[in-house]
Design a protein around this ligand. Structure first.
Ligand SMILES: *Cc1c(COP(=O)(O)O)cnc(C)c1O
Length: 448
């Protein structure tokens, strides 16, 4: 599916780094919803879910468990649920979110590490699948559930060593805190089976933001071979293999987007080669994609409010790292389009910065852009996953609103921006709390 005629519209847009809205549309939205805000594109979300499901349509049991941590926005989780996705949760609060969106039972996966016993209880009450990250959790799970065990348990494997796909090292599982060794996995399966667990899944997450189409197929091969081994050596019934998350997106325009159809085909080939001959052709494939599914479907929209020329040319925007921390924390690249000049040739070099008292608060450094003016809207691409969800309140910055652009073109506010009241809501200091309330009252604009 490399050529332009068979490539989906969304894949073409991802490659060309064109915003999914026009400047006119955005200026209209900004009249009602002040910048900065997150904007998500429903049509693009639907398209990516469809492309994923088509890529794995050969596997009747296939299911995507959306990694809720990437975009814990109820309207989006509910949309994904409507499209047939479940939820991958890592905490009791994420389980609550899934539950509130109508996602329960085996449509929920609790995949956490260092898990508090209460989270096992919560997941079990919802009928969720539980993924055990360590061998000691076999005993913890039984303890938490009062000696009872669920019918199904998933085991998170860490094969150690380095992990290569297409002859390229893309991860070092031996340095990762996640998962249990192969020996521990075998022991856990035996013990759990002896205690009455009837069904097993295997799970591993060995690389993050993996580029190229080879990650899932290489991981699948490892997990399929282990599934055969676990089933032979312990006699347990492995009914699903969870490839977890980690499939990457092309943050940079020069990167080639992952071809999800080729990924699905690569996994199918490993399945035919390993599982089918072992008589395990009915194993279901699960994914827990966050980034691949949602990152290109959301943008951070921010306005330029200052320009400062010192030793660099700085554009000050009204968003900051508290809205999107990936550039500050990981040095991550997010493509930026100047609305109204999308695709125009760069003529300047800018540092695009936020207002935090931290020099790391820079969305871009030495970034070639067309000439930018104060008041211009910037579209920060690929912020739909691990974007607002990693937001924080440093410097008293308030997290921004989330808007959903529906297929019919109307824009819905699905989460309002935080207010100073939200910032103080957890303060419990008696008389001081009363003073905070009075100050908030005084600071409220007269029309609010
Ligand atoms: C974070 C995470 C995911 C999603 O990862 P992406 O890189 O967003 O695809 C899936 N499963 C688990 C267990 C995770 O921790």
């Amino acid at each position: 599916m490399e050529n332009g005629t068979t490539e989906a519209a969304g894949a073409r847009a991802e490659r060309a780094k064109r915003p999914f809205v026009s400047r006119e549309q955005l200026e209209k939205v900004a009249l009602r919803h002040p910048t900065p805000f997150y904007l998500y594109d429903e049509a693009l979300i639907r398209e990516r879910v469809r492309r994923l499901q088509e890529a794995f349509a050969w596997n009747p049991g296939f299911k995507e468990y959306f990694a809720v941590k990437a975009t814990p926005t109820p309207a989006i989780v509910a949309l994904l649920a409507e499209l047939g996705c479940g939820c991958d949760c890592a905490s009791a609060t994420e389980l609550l979110l899934a539950d509130a969106c109508g996602v329960i039972g085996r449509n929920v996966m609790l995949s956490s590490n260092d898990t508090p016993p209460a989270d096992f209880v919560h997941a079990d009450r919802m009928g969720a699948l539980i993924n055990l990250d360590s061998y000691d959790m076999v005993a913890c799970l039984a303890d938490a559930l009062g000696g009872r065990l669920p019918d199904v348990v998933c085991l998170r494997v860490n094969p150690g060593g380095t992990f290569a796909a297409a002859n390229q090292i893309i991860g070092a599982p031996e340095d990762s805190k996640f998962g249990m060794t192969v020996e521990q996995t075998l022991a856990a399966a035996k013990e759990l089976a002896a205690a009455g667990v009837r069904e097993f899944g295997l799970h591993a997450f060995l690389a993050s933001n993996a580029q190229g189409d080879g990650y899932y197929p290489a991981l699948a091969r490892i997990l399929f071979e282990l599934a055969v081994r676990v089933s032979r050596e312990t006699g347990v019934d492995v009914t699903f293999v969870d490839l977890s998350g980690g499939v990457g997106v092309a943050y940079r325009p020069e990167e080639r987007p992952v071809d999800i159809a080729a990924v699905g085909e690569g996994v199918r080939r490993a399945f035919e080669r390993v599982l089918v001959p072992a008589g395990m052709g009915d194993v279901a494939i699960f994914s827990e994609l966050g980034r691949w599914l949602l990152a290109p479907c959301g943008a951070l929209v921010t306005r330029v409010i200052h320009e400062k020329v010192t030793y660099r040319d700085y554009l000050g925007v009204d968003a900051c790292a508290a809205d999107l921390m990936r550039p500050a924390v990981y040095g991550a690249y997010h493509h930026i389009s100047v609305m109204g000049f999308e695709g125009a040739a760069p003529t300047r070099t800018y540092n695009v910065v936020g207002g935090l008292c931290e020099n790391s608060d820079q969305f871009a450094r030495d970034r070639p852009l067309p000439q930018v003016h104060i008041g211009d809207l910037l579209f920060v691409h690929d912020a739909g996953a691990h974007g607002r969800s990693m937001g924080y309140n440093y410097n008293g910055r308030l997290r921004s609103a989330e808007l959903l652009l529906h297929e019919d073109g109307h824009v819905e506010l699905v989460r309002r921006a935080e207010t100073p009241e939200d910032y103080f809501v957890t303060v419990e200091v008696g008389a001081l709390g009363e003073r905070v309330r009075r100050k908030l009252e005084e600071a409220r604009p007269p029309d609010a």
